[in-house]
Write a protein that binds this ligand. Structure first.
Ligand SMILES: Cc1ncc(COP(=O)(O)O)c(C=O)c1O
Length: 405
């Protein structure tokens, strides 16, 4: 994404032209950015040779998943729906892992019938359900056990998953107990120990603590895991402030770890693969000026992009055309939804804006469209992909008939 003669382009395509053709609000993805992110991710861990399973929860658009699959990644899914999406996108079942605290009997049965690579179990009851399914299908099921290492990921509290107050995984004594149980089961093949401490992590130190916790389990159980699934969580730079995860430190530590334990690594990244390749294109409906605030009311709302309302997430909001004139007054970029939390950002100054101008919300590729809803009976936004200087519609805007049916 860049400005040429003050006009915003995504992969050399003029954003205003895209908006003219597809309307607003529209999610727009850059294929080049996606590909670049995948190459960088692989490069950051090239001394480890991991199985990289894209976390489908971050973005479940089938066309995007197809591109991700073609670039060599597998999938991490958390529901039957996501599993079907991954399979529809031609991702091989032997590159699919199934995570999540509440997999139902039917979901486990379906996953087993599709012969996916791994089910990461998160409770004793879930393991019992897996055994039940294995007995019925007469097939041993590959599983992992998810450890809750009680490590603070130093991220937004709502997207922290590895503290003992979080619902995810099992504490170390429960993990040891279940390893011993699985060792003796003829229905289960315990292949993996998994862990995932949270999302948008920019400090490598929590990851190092997490590795230590995993090492403790290996030492205590004396079990040879074929795989260690280290989850995802790698943060991206939403604020243009050069804050980046120290991949070098993390990968060096993992390298030592795999040498010591003779094991292979799985990653489940979502945000770091797709986050900065997505843009939400919107148009200003009205500008409402009050004494202290200019409310810039755009046609995308919290139903289209939930993250700011949900956990005060920061997204840059930029104009499709840059102008020189600056207005030194607070600007609140808000949507049309009838909620006060329907606000994207508040800025102390902004360039002079007019009703009808196009505005782009950045870095929305992950946990953007997937978290959207039809609140206020608003329709699903379009999704488009820019690839090789062409624009493809990859999901149609919803219709009111379909919603009301
Ligand atoms: C189990 C699991 N794996 C992977 C991810 C992906 O995380 P991220 O998008 O931060 O890489 C998540 C999301 O929180 C998760 O819960």
């Amino acid at each position: 994404m860049n400005y040429k003669k003050n006009k915003l382009h995504i992969e050399n395509i003029l954003v205003d032209r895209v908006i003219k053709k597809f309307g607003t609000p529209t999610y727009c993805y850059s294929y080049n950015q996606l590909k670049d992110n995948i190459l960088k991710f692989k490069n950051n861990f090239n001394n480890i040779n991991p199985l990289i399973c894209f976390a489908v929860k971050a973005n479940n658009n089938i066309k995007i998943l197809k591109e991700i699959g073609k670039l060599g990644l597998g999938a991490d899914v958390v529901s039957r729906g996501e599993l079907i999406a991954a399979l529809d996108a031609k991702i091989s079942p032997n590159k699919i892992v199934f995570s999540g605290v509440g997999k139902t009997y039917e979901e486990i049965l379906f996953a087993s019938q599709k012969k996916i690579f791994l089910i990461n179990a998160e409770s004793q009851s879930e393991i019992k359900t897996i055994v039940k399914v294995a007995k019925i299908t007469k097939r041993r099921i590959n599983i992992g056990i998810r450890l809750n290492p009680d490590v603070d990921a130093e991220t937004i509290k709502e997207i922290t998953t590895g503290k003992n107050s979080n619902k995810f995984g099992l504490n170390s004594s429960e993990v040891i107990k279940l390893i011993n149980y699985c060792k003796t089961s003829k229905f289960i093949n315990l292949k993996c120990l998994s862990v995932h401490i949270g999302s948008q992590i920019l400090n490598h130190k929590p990851y190092l603590k997490m590795l230590k916790a995993v090492q403790k389990i290996i030492d205590k159980s004396n079990y040879q895991f074929e795989y260690i699934d280290l989850g995802g969580g790698m943060g991206i730079n939403y604020r243009d402030n050069n804050k980046e995860l120290n991949y070098n430190r993390y990968s060096l530590e993992i390298h030592k770890f795999i040498k010591k334990n003779n094991t292979k690594i799985i990653f489940e990244p979502g945000r770091s693969i797709i986050g900065n390749s997505g843009y939400l294109l919107t148009k200003i409906i009205y500008i409402k000026k009050t004494g202290k605030i200019n409310f810039v009311i755009v046609d995308a709302g919290m139903n289209d992009l939930m993250r700011p309302a949900l956990y005060k997430a920061y997204h840059k909001v930029i104009p499709s055309r840059k102008t020189k004139r600056k207005i030194f007054k607070r600007h609140d970029f808000v949507g049309p939804v009838c909620e006060t939390t329907d606000k994207f950002i508040s800025l102390n100054s902004y360039q002079k804006l007019n009703e009808g101008d196009n505005i782009v919300i950045c870095d929305v590729g992950a946990y953007g469209k997937v978290l959207s809803s039809n609140y206020n009976l608003r329709l699903d936004a379009n999704e488009i992909l820019i690839k090789n200087s062409k624009v493809f519609r990859i999901r149609k805007k919803g219709t009111l008939q379909a919603l009301l049916r």
